[in-house]
Design a binder for this molecule. Structure first.
Ligand code: NAD
Length: 511
C-alpha cells in the first residue's frame, strides 16, 4: 500500500526496492484538497537517509536492468500503458482531488502523460548507433548508446501525472533506474502510478519514490551515485539545481518558469482568438508553464478583442472540482494549489493595479473562506516595465500590453528573461513567419494557444525557462538519458600464410 490510513488522513510511503516503506523523516507536510482547504494526506519531508536507501536500491537494480534487452524494456512500457489506460479515470480523479484541476483538464493531462509512455514503447529504434566501414584504411568505427546509471527526477505541483511521466518512462526504457521525488504538494498521483509500474512487472528497484522538499532535493543533488537529474519547477530552483548538480558532476536538465506572450494581429479571427486566449490564460487556473499570461494586441486589434474577451471572461464559472463525478458538471475553473499561492497571486494583482494597470475583470472577488479560489483576472493597459508583465504569476491572470506594431511586440519578447512559449494570432503568413523566426522563445504557436509539444518532440524552453543542453521529451530526452560509446576496430590480415586469417585455432599449414 502506497499510503497508510490513519485518522482518515493518508500518510505517504516511500517506494524502495519494489515495496512500500515508512520514511525516516521527523517532519510531515500537508497535502490539501484545494477545493475545500481540507488536509487529505500527510507527506514525509525526507532527506539523506531516505534518499540513500532509494539510491542503493536503484543502483543494485541497475546492474541487472542495463543487461535486459531494449525490446524487453520496451515491453514493460507496453504493459504499463495498458494499466494506465485501464486506470485512466481513477488517475484523473486523483489529479483533481489533490491538485484541483477540473476533471476534463485532469483527463487531458493524463492523456499527455500516457503519450510519453507510448513514445517510450518505440525507444529501441532511437537507441540504434551509427557505423562506418573504412573510416581509415582497414579501420571500422561505430557508436552505441549506453544508459547512465541511477537517474533522479524532481517534479513540480502543477501536473501531478504528466511531469513525472515526462521523465522516468524514457529513462527506464533507455536502461537506467530511477528515483522520483514528486512535488510534496501532490504526491498521491505519483504513488498510484508507481504502483501500476510495479504491477506491470518492473523489477525491484527500477523505480523508487521518495518524498520531501529542499532537504530531499539537496540529498539527491549531493548523492555521488546519481548520474543525471531531471528537474521541472520554478526558475530560481531550476537554476540552483542545474548549478549544484553539474558542479557535482551530474548531467542536469532543468526546466524553469515562464511568461508566455500572445500577439494578436489586427487581421486575426477574433472569435477563435478570444476562445483560445481564455483557454490559454485561465485553463488549469493559469497554473501552467505554457499558459498565455501576456496578451499583446497590435494596432487596432485591442478595440475588437477586448470587449469580447472581457465579456466572455466575466461569465466564467469558478468552483469546486471535487464534486464532479463524470466531468459533465465541471466549472470553467477550479482552485489554486494552496492558500499561500493564492495570497501570492492576489499580492501580484494588487501590485499591478497599484502600478497603473486596469483590472477590467477582477478575480479577487472570488476568494472564499474555504478552498483556494481566485477568479479569472484581466489587467488591461499594462506597460512593459510592470511586475505583472515581467514576472510569472502562475495564476489565472492575463496582463494586456497594447502595442502599435509587431516590432514593438517582438521587442517586449527580447526584454523578457524567460523564453518558454509565444503565440501569434493572425491570418497573415508574412507576419507569422516574421514572428516565428524572430521571437525570443523556444516554443512557438501560430494560431495555437498552448504550443506545448507532444511526447515525440522536445520541450524546448529558452533563456531562464531552461538550464541545460538536452531538453525533456522526444529524441533529446533519449540522448539525455544515454551516453555514447565509440569503438574503432581493425583486424589484421594474416602475414605468415597469405589467404588465411589469423585466429588462435587455425595454424599455418593445418588445412
Ligand atoms: P517549485 O520550484 O516550488 O518546486 C519544484 C520542485 O522543487 C518541488 O519538487 C519542490 O519540492 C522542490 N523545491 C522547492 N523549493 C526548493 C528549494 N528551496 N531547494 C530545492 N528544491 C526545492 O515549483 P512548483 O511551485 O512546484 O511548480 C510551479 C513552477 O514550475 C512554475 O514556475 C512553472 O512555470 C514551473 N514549471 C515549468 C515547466 C517547464 O516545462 N518549463 C513545467 C511545469 C512547471
Amino acid at each position: 500500500m502506497a499510503v497508510k490510513q490513519s485518522n482518515a488522513v493518508e500518510t505517504c510511503k516511500l517506494l524502495i526496492d519494489g515495496t512500500w516503506h515508512e520514511s525516516e523523516a521527523t517532519e510531515y507536510g500537508d497535502v490539501f484538497n484545494p477545493s475545500t482547504g481540507e488536509v487529505i494526506a500527510k507527506v514525509p519531508m525526507g532527506g539523506d537517509s531516505d534518499v540513500d536507501k532509494a539510491v542503493q536500491s536503484a543502483h543494485k537494480a541497475f546492474l541487472e536492468w542495463r543487461e535486459v534487452p531494449a525490446v524487453e524494456r520496451a515491453r514493460l512500457m507496453f504493459r504499463f500503458k495498458n494499466l494506465l489506460d485501464s486506470n485512466f479515470e481513477e488517475i484523473a480523479r486523483l489529479v483533481t482531488r489533490e491538485h484541483g484541476k477540473t476533471l476534463p483538464e485532469a483527463r487531458a493531462s493524463v492523456q499527455r502523460a500516457i503519450e510519453v509512455v507510448e513514445f517510450s514503447c518505440g525507444i529501441p529504434s532511437l537507441l540504434t548507433g551509427e557505423s562506418i566501414e573504412n573510416i581509415a584504411r582497414n579501420v571500422d568505427c561505430e557508436t552505441v548508446r549506453h544508459p547512465l546509471g541511477v537517474c533522479a527526477g524532481i517534479a513540480p505541483f502543477n501536473f501531478p501525472a504528466m511531469v513525472p511521466l515526462w521523465m522516468y518512462p524514457v529513462a527506464i526504457t533507455c536502461g537506467n533506474t530511477f528515483v522520483l521525488k514528486p512535488s510534496e504538494k501532490v504526491p498521491l498521483t505519483s504513488l498510484f502510478i508507481a504502483e501500476l509500474l510495479v504491477q506491470a512487472g518492473a523489477p525491484k528497484g527500477v523505480l523508487n519514490v521518495v518524498h520531501g522538499g529542499k532537504d530531499c532535493v539537496n540529498a539527491l543533488l549531493n548523492h555521488p551515485q546519481i548520474k543525471a537529474i531531471s528537474f521541472v519547477g520554478s526558475t530560481n530552483i531550476a537554476k540552483y539545481v542545474y548549478e549544484t548538480g553539474t558542479r557535482n558532476g551530474k548531467r542536469v536538465q532543468a526546466a524553469g518558469g515562464a511568461k508566455n506572450h500572445i500577439i494578436i494581429m489586427p487581421d486575426a479571427d477574433m472569435d477563435s482568438t478570444v476562445q483560445a486566449l481564455q483557454a490559454s490564460a485561465f485553463g488549469c487556473a493559469g497554473e501552467r508553464c505554457m499558459a498565455g499570461s501576456l496578451a499583446i494586441p497590435v494596432g487596432d486589434a485591442a478595440e475588437r478583442l477586448m470587449p469580447q474577451l472581457i465579456e466572455a471572461t466575466a461569465k466564467m464559472s469558478v468552483g469546486r472540482t471535487d464534486l464532479d463525478a463524470d466531468g459533465k458538471n465541471a466549472p470553467d475553473m477550479g482552485p489554486l494549489i494552496t492558500k499561500e499561492h493564492l495570497d501570492r497571486v492576489k499580492g501580484l494583482v494588487d501590485k499591478g493595479v497599484k502600478e497603473g494597470a486596469e483590472a477590467v475583470v477582477d478575480g479577487r472577488a472570488a476568494m472564499e473562506k474555504d478552498g483556494f479560489f481566485f477568479g479569472p483576472t484581466i489587467l488591461d493597459k499594462a506597460s512593459p516595465s510592470m511586475t505583472v508583465v515581467r514576472e510569472e504569476i502562475f495564476g489565472p491572470v492575463l496582463s494586456v500590453v497594447r502595442t502599435a506594431s509587431i516590432e514593438e511586440a517582438i521587442k517586449i519578447g527580447e526584454d523578457c528573461p524567460y523564453g518558454n512559449g509565444a503565440v501569434i494570432y493572425t491570418n497573415s503568413g508574412a507576419a507569422a513567419r516574421e514572428f516565428k523566426h524572430r521571437f525570443n522563445a523556444g516554443m512557438i504557436g501560430i494560431n495555437v494557444g498552448v504550443p506545448a509539444p507532444m511526447a515525440w518532440f522536445p520541450f524546448t524552453g529558452w533563456n531562464n525557462s531552461f538550464f541545460g543542453d538536452l531538453h525533456i521529451q522526444g529524441k533529446e530526452g533519449v540522448q539525455f538519458y544515454t551516453q555514447q560509446k565509440m569503438t574503432m576496430t581493425r583486424w589484421f590480415k594474416p602475414t605468415s600464410d597469405s589467404g588465411k586469417f589469423h585466429d588462435p585455432i587455425w595454424k599455418p599449414g593445418s588445412n
